[in-house]
Design a protein around this ligand. Sequence first.
Ligand code: NOJ
Length: 481
Amino acid sequence: MKDLTRRQFGAGGAATAAAALASASMPRFASAQTHAESRQFPQGFLWGCATAAYQIEGGAAEDGRGPSIWDTFSHTPGMVTNGDTGDVADDSYHLYKEDIRLLKNLGVATYRLSISWSRIFPNGTGQPNPKGLDYYSRVVDELLANNITPYLTLFHWDLPEALKGGWQSRDTSKAFAEYAAYVTKHLSGRVHHWMTTNEFSCFTDLGYKDGTNAPGLKLAPAQVNQVRHNGILAHGLAVQAIRANTPSGTQVGLAENASTFVPVIETPEHIEAARKATRDENAPFLTAVMEGKYLAKYLALEGANAPKVAPGDMEAIGSKLDFVGLNVYTADYVKADGSPSGYAILPRPASYPHMAATWINVAPECVYWGIRNVTDLWHPPALYITENGCASDDVPNAAGQIDDTDRLMYLRNHIGNLHRAAAEGYPIKGYFLWSLLDNFEWIAGYTKRFGIHYVDFKTQKRTPKLSAEWYRNVIARNAVE
Ligand code: NOJ
């Protein structure tokens, strides 16, 4: 039934597929005919929120934490808007119980957070710092006491400063696997879902090619490709290390901002173009991870600059995953153009609408097509949307309320597309809204607010925005209007 439905939609036979959905004794969610009333998600669908360590924790020098490249970078004049740093951020290091209360009030089933590597290993490797692990152990206990399932990311960009050469060195990939083994060994009795890395291109390309993110380098193409390779190698070695150190049943995946492509019109040739674009444009990252090899055309294109691959690397990189997490915020539209690649990525008209973080061009279909392209290409056993959300220019009104109607519009449309993927039988298991609360938005500092809770960074007071109330309602009904 599932495959039939998907094929029929894929072939553009939406009406037939909708009829098939309606007549089948399948899921307890609505068919296309009842969209107007309410779009019900499958029972057990996991609603959650996401955050990351450096963006919320603060406590930068507390309990033996070592510096990360983001401490160094944010303290370098001119790198982050207003000279903002993550020294204090949301002070979640101290206020985590309050933040878990916010999660509880939303009614989420799950919470995605990341671990600061340099809290656990202040020097990146060597001697662990027990106080670092204790902190995450307390957070996990508090989540479990509130019936919230933790999903832990091991690396969300805050690389220990002490690691010589950073991602230029493959020793860093090995150190990451050791850190992953240590953490998962100690927490796997209570934590069953792990993500290795977050967004390859952001910690490799933005940090080592464009120089806009930490560590702020602009390397030559061959070196950049090696950095990318070390990034995906770290993921692969960590998957192996986690498998070796945790009980069977432990779920391992990653959170990846794969470039997402939407067919400009839903006809077979444009759908095929979007699939081809997904495979080719993600060649150094997700494609290599899912296929355990670099595409021949990627290697040919890079020529002498192609990454140097040691024996065993690709096998590690291609380690089977239990799930793929997609961070999806926007997309490009593609069409079939008869060219050798089979697709053209359409330029955006200047009038194309965007959100307050201007790189988020509004393309709500990104959620559906992100899930569908990845599933159709690689058939992972499960997928999650590990991040989706937007920044708004939130300003409290006279009564102190934040009516973030633009964020509401964004979320409603994206979650609507999430529903489409679930209704068509794609194996999408959950959704993590970015973000639980306003936080340190990397080079934009505190100027871009992505939270559904407003944070007054002077007092650390958290206030639910209208979007928090809306999301609570979605979760309670397990449906989107
Ligand atoms: C993706 C990143 O993982 C997260 O850290 C960031 O804050 C959001 N995108 C919004 O830019």
